[in-house]
Design a protein around this ligand. Structure first.
Ligand SMILES: *Cc1c(COP(=O)(O)O)cnc(C)c1O
Length: 357
């Protein structure tokens, strides 16, 4: 395998530690989200060294990996439970996030069979319009959920800035707390967990404006890539150079800037414009759309620019002194979250761990 993903464990550990400290200072417990790196053990261990209180992933396959690591930490399934996986969820997860009563009944039946009491977090949609029930459905959901003997409703949660880009605010977080108070009164419950969200809640937490009572966060991107996910600026106290994609150069030569001949669509049905810029030096990197997201890579070297790519090739313009690269050499790029997701998942990209986490 040629091109690879360099993973800097001590930097990830440091990021995790900064975020966990911020959470703990505000009486918030913090689960590390492992989905973007497919719950790769070295990185999980770095998060644990950073002090996370639990681990969370959206895929049951990754939760199974986490379970095998015997970390002793609670495991949470992030994606709304798939009814077909109810039995595995009860077997492998300490917590799952739920919004469908029919699925909750499946979990209840599976828990009964396994002689377990499965903990669920009921997801409420405050407007981002991905998962969760709307506020007016909550009472009806709970009226049925409290009857399920093998389920323990650990709390409520919400998700933000995922589909609709809705930002957590004092107001919408207070709505969640109001719903909690109402539920506790109506059903005589005590809900331990109010899972206020993901990385997008951290700026509000840091500003001191997160209402008290929001006591749980599920954090991925801010730990993994050190980003404030509301505008993708660096999050205070974190590093952004945690993952570096190193693309192997397989061709390196000067060519015209404009294709020669009659032009139709490219391999992806697109018709691009090629301004006349004379001859340019270009490197072909051995990785492509099968492994990464073209628009999710930022060159580390400011004198390089991604021109485009196909399934297996990335075409990069190189300015300045050409002798700093050569065929067989490697060119570095920072991946964003979406690109990291693709790189980490691609079986064609080698993962090279730096530091022992
Ligand atoms: C992915 C995910 C998270 C983590 O989101 P980040 O923005 O990476 O912190 C939290 N909760 C749920 C439900 C998720 O799917």
């Amino acid at each position: 395998m040629s091109s690879f993903l360099e993973i800097h464990l001590p930097r990830i550990e440091k990021n995790a530690s900064s975020i966990v400290k911020l959470c703990h200072k505000n009486q918030v417990s913090c689960f590390g989200v492992t989905k973007v790196f497919c719950a790769e053990e070295n990185i999980v261990r770095a998060m644990i060294k950073g002090g996370v209180d639990g681990l969370a992933d959206s895929r049951i396959e990754n939760i199974a990996k986490l379970r095998k690591m015997k970390t002793g930490l609670p495991l949470m399934l992030l994606r709304i439970v798939s009814p077909s996986e109810a039995s595995e969820v009860v077997e492998l997860c300490d917590y799952s996030l739920n919004s469908e009563i029919s699925t909750l009944k499946k979990l209840d039946a599976a828990a009964k069979k396994q002689k377990k009491r499965h903990k669920v977090v009921a997801m409420i949609d405050i407007g981002d319009l991905r998962e969760g029930m709307m506020a007016d459905e909550v009472m009806n959901f709970f009226a049925q959920a409290v009857k399920l003997k093998n389920i323990r409703i650990a709390g409520i949660g919400t998700n933000t800035a995922c589909f609709g880009g809705v930002i957590p605010t004092t107001e919408n977080m207070n709505q969640i707390l109001a719903i909690k108070a109402l539920l506790e009164m109506q059903f005589g419950l005590s809900l331990d967990m109010v899972s206020g969200g993901n990385s997008s809640g951290l700026p509000l937490l840091a500003s001191g404006k997160m209402p008290k009572g929001i006591n749980h966060f599920r954090v991925g991107e801010a730990m993994v890539l050190g980003r404030n996910v509301i505008d993708r600026s660096p999050f205070p106290g974190t590093r952004q150079d945690t993952f570096i994609f190193k693309g192997e150069i397989v061709e390196y030569r000067v060519k015209p800037s404009v294709p020669i001949g009659n032009r139709g669509q490219n391999a992806f049905g697109e018709t691009d414009e090629f301004p006349q810029r004379g001859e340019i030096r270009r490197a072909i990197i051995a990785a492509g759309r099968q492994d990464l997201k073209l628009d999710g890579l930022t060159p580390v070297d400011p004198e390089t620019k991604i021109l485009g790519g196909s399934s297996d090739h990335l075409i990069v313009e190189v300015k300045g002194d050409p002798s700093r690269y050569k065929v067989g050499g490697f060119m570095p790029f920072y991946p964003n979250y979406g690109c990291l997701l693709a790189l980490a998942t691609s079986p064609y990209i080698r993962k090279k761990v730096i530091g022992d986490g």
